[in-house]
Structures are given as C-alpha cells and as structure tokens.
Design a protein around this ligand. Sequence first.
Ligand SMILES: C[S@@+](CC[C@H](N)C(=O)[O-])C[C@H]1O[C@@H](n2cnc3c(N)ncnc32)[C@H](O)[C@@H]1O
Length: 230
Amino acid sequence: MLAQVSPWYAHAAQRLATAPAHALVPPARMEWSTHPGLGPGAEILSRDLRGKRLLELGCGPGHNVAHLARHHQARVTGIDLVGLQVRRARSHYGHIEGATFTAGHALHYLQATGQTFDAIYSVFGAVGLVAPELLFAAISRHLVPCGVLAFSVPHPARAGRHPSTDDRPREDYVTMPDRTRLPIARWEYDAHRWATHLSRTGLQITSAIELRHPRLDPWPTTLLITARKR
Ligand SMILES: C[S@@+](CC[C@H](N)C(=O)[O-])C[C@H]1O[C@@H](n2cnc3c(N)ncnc32)[C@H](O)[C@@H]1O
C-alpha cells in the first residue's frame, strides 16, 4: 500500500533537517506576502493592538505571531496543523511574552475553543486550504462584534492562472525546500467570490489588495483580503 505523508509535514521535516531551529529576534514588520516590506503591515488588524487577543491559522515558524506579541504587545495564539512546525515556532519564539503556539487543525481548534478573538488572520495559512463555508462559519463564531478577519492567499491569477469559476478547490502545489513539489487542494477565488462566502457567515469584506513586487513579479502574486464581523 502507498503511504502518503502530508505535504505540510514533509515541508516542515525537510526544513528542520536543513536548518535546525534556534531562538530568533522577532521581525520588525508583519508580512502578508513573500516579499519583505511589500504592502501593509500589522495596522490592517487594528490601529492599536495592545492587549488584543489574536489568532493565526497556519502560523508555520511563527514569525508574525512573534512580531505581534513583541512589537504590539498583543496576546497571540498561533495554530499549525503540523506538530513539527509548532516545535520549530516554539524554538524560535517560545521565549516571547504573549506568544503561544498550539498544534492542531484550524477548524478543529475553532470548534473546540471557548475563546473569542479581536482579530483572526492567516498568511498563506489555513484560509484557502480548508473549505471556506466551514472555516468562515467557525471564524465568525469566534470573533468579537466588529472583530477583523484578514488573510493573504496566492493570487488566483498568478503566473497566468485564472480564478475559479465555481466553489470547488483546485490542484496546487507546495514547493519543498529542495524545490520538489507536492500536490495540495486549494480554494482559488477572486475577491468577489471571497466576499460572497464571507457574507454568508456574517463577515463583511472591507478591502481586497493585490500585491505584486514592482520589479520581480510580472503578475500580482498575493491577494490580501480584510473583513469585519457585522
Ligand atoms: C505556506 S505555510 C505559511 C506559514 C506562515 N503563515 C508564514 O507565513 O510563514 C502554511 C502553513 O499552514 C499550515 N496548515 C495547512 N493546513 C492547515 C490547517 N488546516 N490548519 C492549521 N494549519 C494548517 C501548514 O502546516 C503550514 O505550516
């Protein structure tokens, strides 16, 4: 029988094998794209994040969690599906006050927790990788009134692709540290389709920003959406 490892687990295992995790200084800026310095930073979550409760869905190595806890004094929980990633995040940033890392599926975590959050966000994380109708309903239930959801996803028109014309996920790839690729399913909506799905769960889209590096990218590479709980 063919045994399959989750691409996200394989990615974390390869990364840890090549670069063991050690304590890091939190980055000075929150990043929503793969180009440092491009587009907005943490201000789209709230102008004042001090003491706010934030949740990242798919935090990976935890750079943004650490930034928000250290530079904005927010209380931030990062969830990641892969225990190895959580171990890596804790090795990097476990010493940062206000930063907590937990292993689990974003949807299961939201279904189980009794907490509410001032903002929930995802940076190429669980939003786009989990059925939106299920994930947005769970997110909406755990946001305070007027709470913010912000997420960045690979742009649906990157590299000559086209946004989905229906609600189903499409095949995409995770690129491993050694440049091999493993297939995943991804929901690839344009801003209009995201807005429709958000509105079904009481979330109102407030902005859709296309990010493209002016010199390096011939196409927009990232779509950054913000929404507010009604
Ligand atoms: C492309 S990485 C982004 C990591 C991080 N947000 C960053 O910007 O560095 C995607 C992460 O989402 C995690 N992930 C994938 N599906 C998930 C799910 N259903 N629930 C929680 N995390 C998930 C993966 O394990 C991986 O660490």
